[in-house]
Design a protein around this ligand. Structure first.
Ligand code: ZN
Length: 387
């Protein structure tokens, strides 16, 4: 087991808020990962920008890896492998009560409990329940209020249900959750185009102002989901390489930055990394057709050839799963072509992550994250939670 320690969810978001209060608005990038090289790429991008981060895994990512303990192992191994000593929190994305408890017991330092489908009072009660489970372990909690349109694994909504700023304060006061994802018009997945005109960053602004009036902003943080920028040159590249992504469009970077200026302290990025992996994998097989001769990679190529619009890397990396390289450094796999492909993916992700965290105001912020253990967080929570 690695000695690499993950930092609490709370402290990274707090560093972003402190930076904002000093006049440099910032939000922690929360990057979804599914496999080892993807985590390595994110860590490399962070290192280049000297930035703290949240690395998160969805229920699907946990399932793909074989459970939360495997994701924990994968991330701490990736940190050890690159001697990564900057603050990183490990967070569950869109969890339910069962998964939330499992992850809080498996080394995660943050849990998102998504009860946003329920009416407000029940959403509050379920989130409060998660806080009561997680905080005594020093683990932070993020709730969600309102609904994002788009598709994220088993979550699918046709339309946005906007968060009401006047209820955001109530949500925090009744749950004592650390963070709250509020729906303000962003959406999950690569097709955010139809929603861009409906972006209401004023919801972020008003929510944050209400929180400031209630004395909440030092310890409670707003989150923006569905915030991938979906670079058009990436879509073009994928389509030129045989993909069929129609109408893919992300959230304009200026809009995300406006949200950060107005009070977002955590911004979720998933689709952008998937697109980068898809483009890199397609290009690799085009440039190296002989690589597909390796039996394992052949299967991955077949998936790429048949599912033209696929953007979930898990679909084609499932083919190489038996090698265990999804949790380990690829050099140990013994499949040479695969090692080359992983190096390309790592670099592509590192570049995009470095770019984004600089845009999010995180450059050089790593040292400002308070060095606090989960044990110390547990003590702090017990004062504020009023059991
Ligand atoms: Zn989300």
């Amino acid at each position: 087991m690695s000695d690499y320690k993950l930092c609490p969810l709370f402290t990274v978001m707090q560093a972003a808020e402190k930076s904002a209060q000093k006049g440099n608005p910032a939000a922690i990038g929360a990057f979804n990962v599914n496999f080892f090289t993807q985590a390595q790429g994110v860590l490399e991008g962070l290192r280049r920008a000297d930035a703290p981060a949240i690395i998160q895994a969805s229920k699907g990512a946990n399932q793909f890896q074989g459970g939360p303990d495997k994701i924990f192992y994968m991330l701490t191994k990736a940190m050890e492998n690159s001697e990564h000593d900057l603050p990183v929190a490990l967070h569950l994305d869109h969890g339910n009560v069962e998964k939330g408890e499992e992850c809080a017991d498996s080394g995660y330092t943050g849990i998102m409990i998504d009860a946003s489908d329920e009416e407000f009072p029940l959403n509050v009660a379920i989130t409060r329940g998660m806080v009561c489970y997680a905080h005594p372990k020093g683990v932070g909690v993020e709730g969600e209020y309102g609904q994002l349109s788009g598709v994220e694994e088993d979550i699918q909504h046709e339309e946005t249900v906007y968060a009401k700023p006047e209820r955001v304060v109530e949500f925090f006061q009744r749950t004592n959750a650390d963070a709250l994802a509020i729906a303000y018009g962003t959406s999950h997945g690569p097709n955010k185009g139809s929603n861009i005109n409906d972006l209401k960053t004023a919801i972020v602004k008003e929510s944050y102002e209400n929180m400031a009036d209630a004395g909440l902003v030092d310890n409670h943080f707003l989150v923006g989901h569905g915030s991938s920028t979906v670079p058009q040159e990436l879509i073009q590249e994928i389509n030129e390489l045989g993909g069929d992504l129609q109408g893919a469009q992300g959230v304009p970077l200026e809009k995300i930055k406006e949200g950060i200026e107005f009070g977002l302290r955590k911004v979720n990025i998933d689709t952008d990394l998937r697109l980068g992996i898809t483009a890199t994998t397609r290009k690799f097989f085009k440039d190296n057709p002989e690589a597909a001769r390796e039996d394992t990679l052949k299967e991955a190529k077949q998936v790429l050839d048949t599912q033209l619009d696929v953007i979930d890397p898990r679909d084609y990396f499932g083919a190489v799963k038996p090698f265990d390289i999804l949790r380990e450094p690829p050099a140990e796999s013994g499949v040479e072509a695969f090692v080359d492909l992983m190096a390309l993916i790592k670099e592509r992700i590192a570049k995009h992550v470095e770019f984004l965290v600089n845009e999010f105001g995180l450059n050089g912020l790593a040292a400002s994250v308070e060095n606090v253990s989960l044990k110390e967080m547990k003590k702090r929570y017990s004062d504020s939670d009023n059991w």
